[in-house]
Write a protein that binds this ligand. Sequence first.
Ligand code: SF4
Ligand code: SF4
Length: 71
Amino acid sequence: MAKGRVRLFPERCKACGLCIEFCPKDVLGFDEETINMLGYHPIKDLKPESCTGCAICAVVCPDLVIEVERV
Ligand code: SF4
Ligand code: SF4
């Protein structure tokens, strides 16, 4: 199984939820303990060990919050 790693820029996240909805491995979720400069609970990698590096999350994010690295 391919492995990947997400690099997040949570200050840009507008919490639209698209990346959460489209991630096939349920890696991503909202960080309920943080509020970013835009006033949202930003994205967080809740299950980084499950990431396959498919990069769907990075493609669907409208705000360039996510970069994906294959490892
Ligand atoms: S690269 Fe794929 S598996 Fe990893 S967090 Fe993004 S959508 Fe999920
Ligand atoms: S798609 Fe982008 S802006 Fe929307 S919740 Fe995910 S990281 Fe945040």
